[in-house]
Design a protein around this ligand. Structure first.
Ligand code: ADP
Ligand code: MG
Length: 384
């Protein structure tokens, strides 16, 4: 069975959410994202190419007369409340740290915030590698800025939401997710260069070529997913130090021979080849060469599976099944060890591929995967 995960009707979600506040000031949406290619490259000053999903997180806000912040989410049982001045790194636990962290980071950046009531409802699956965390952070950031009557540059909001996630929620982040949520555009992928944090829109309209991007949420999450991200980051830093470069973006193929540690050599090879594959994907898209885009996706998956070692059985099964039934290319996406995979599939084959993936999961006794429609969608915005 294929379990379709729909983005929902944004207007309806916004109206329902606003009705939970007495004097709502507005409702703000920020999307989840799926990275097309360029994995674990952000913290290596590399390149990546995400699109924003139609699935978003919605935050409604009302001002309060006092200096308190309250947050409730339809996805959580507990409600958070504190004085704004009490919120700081180490002071908030759990999911509310993402929202409270944004308030802290905006205040750190010099913005004066009023007391606020915030209510949240999300349509991005949590913990599936589609960045529900950035969707939550960025919708909250827009809501708080509206309550404060300020309109900072989106790049400033990228910095604030990154600080909130790493310093208050305690989850290290390279910036891909927040940048995609805040700067994504309908019909466009976002080429992000983490050397200087510049971005460029790259048209992404597979439907024009008779193709569809399938996003498959394996709903698997392996125990080492937290530690795995940190250890890969450390390995990259160690390798850069040994090579005498500021980041692995400065490394190239010739440097591989200078590393005698086989593990570090494989990690560097992933980063170096992955950055090259992002550039090659942008070139292929410019030439409308979708077959090449597919090949690059599949090569990226092999690199993550064999060199970076962040794939898992569920992700490999999605990729192999999709490739075996007509996908032009497929790869895991996100941090790894579970989460989601993408496949570029001729539109008339999408149902067959989705069904085959679901069957492959059922045959192995795994739960049904989720299937998300994924046209490139708008970034964070006011919706009510
Ligand atoms: P991902 O970003 O890939 O979905 P993360 O582990 O980075 O996975 O973020 C998931 C966490 O973000 C959740 O465990 C929860 O703490 C928080 N979160 C995301 N969306 C919501 C939401 N709608 N309501 C409350 N908390 C949320
Ligand atoms: Mg996240």
């Amino acid at each position: 069975m294929v379990d379709h995960v729909e983005p929902g009707d944004g207007r309806e979600i916004a109206t329902r959410l606003a009705s939970r506040l007495e004097e709502p000031l507005g409702v703000f949406a920020a999307p989840g994202r799926v990275n097309l290619i360029g994995e674990h490259t952000d913290y290596n000053a590399g390149l990546c190419l995400p699109i924003a999903l139609p699935h978003a997180t919605y935050t409604a806000v009302a001002r309060r007369a006092d200096d308190r912040i309250t947050v409730a989410s339809a996805q959580q049982d507990d409600r958070f409340e504190a004085a704004l001045g009490e919120v700081s790194p180490g002071a908030v636990d759990g999911w509310a740290a993402y929202v409270a962290g944004v308030a802290w980071a905006l205040r750190e950046a010099g913005h004066e915030l009023p007391g606020m009531d915030l209510v949240v409802d999300g349509r991005v699956p949590l913990g599936s590698g589609l960045s529900s965390s950035a969707a939550l952070l960025c919708s909250a950031a827009l809501a708080m800025c509206a309550a404060a009557g300020v309109d900072p540059d989106r790049r400033e909001l990228v910095t604030a939401t990154m600080r909130a996630e790493s310093e208050v929620a305690g989850a290290p982040t390279g910036g891909l997710d927040q940048t995609a949520a805040l700067l994504g555009e309908a019909g466009q992928a976002l080429l992000i260069d983490f050397r200087d944090h510049t971005t460029r829109s790259v048209p992404w309209r597979p439907a024009d070529a008779g193709l569809e991007l399938l996003v498959v949420d394996t709903r698997a999450s392996h125990a080492h997913s937290d530690g795995g991200y940190g250890s890969r980051r450390e390995e990259c830093e160690t390798a850069a130090r040994r090579l005498g470069v500021a980041s692995l973006r400065e490394a190239d193929h010739d440097d591989l021979g200078r590393l005698d540690d086989g593990v570090l050599r494989r990690r560097v090879r992933h980063v170096v080849t992955e950055v090259a594959r992002v550039s090659a994907t942008v070139d292929a898209l410019a030439g409308d060469d979708w077959r090449r885009v597919g090949e690059l996706f599949t090569a990226s998956h092999a690199s993550m599976r064999d060199d970076f070692e962040i794939s898992c059985a569920e992700l490999d099964v999605v990729v192999e099944t999709a490739l075996g039934h007509g996908a032009l290319g497929a790869r895991m996406t996100g941090g790894g060890f579970g989460g989601s995979a993408i496949a570029l599939v001729p539109t008339d084959r999408t149902e067959d591929v989705a069904g085959r993936v679901a069957d492959a999961f059922a045959d192995r006794g795994w739960g049904a995967p989720g299937l998300l429609p994924a046209p490139a969608s708008p970034g964070a915005r006011r919706v009510g």
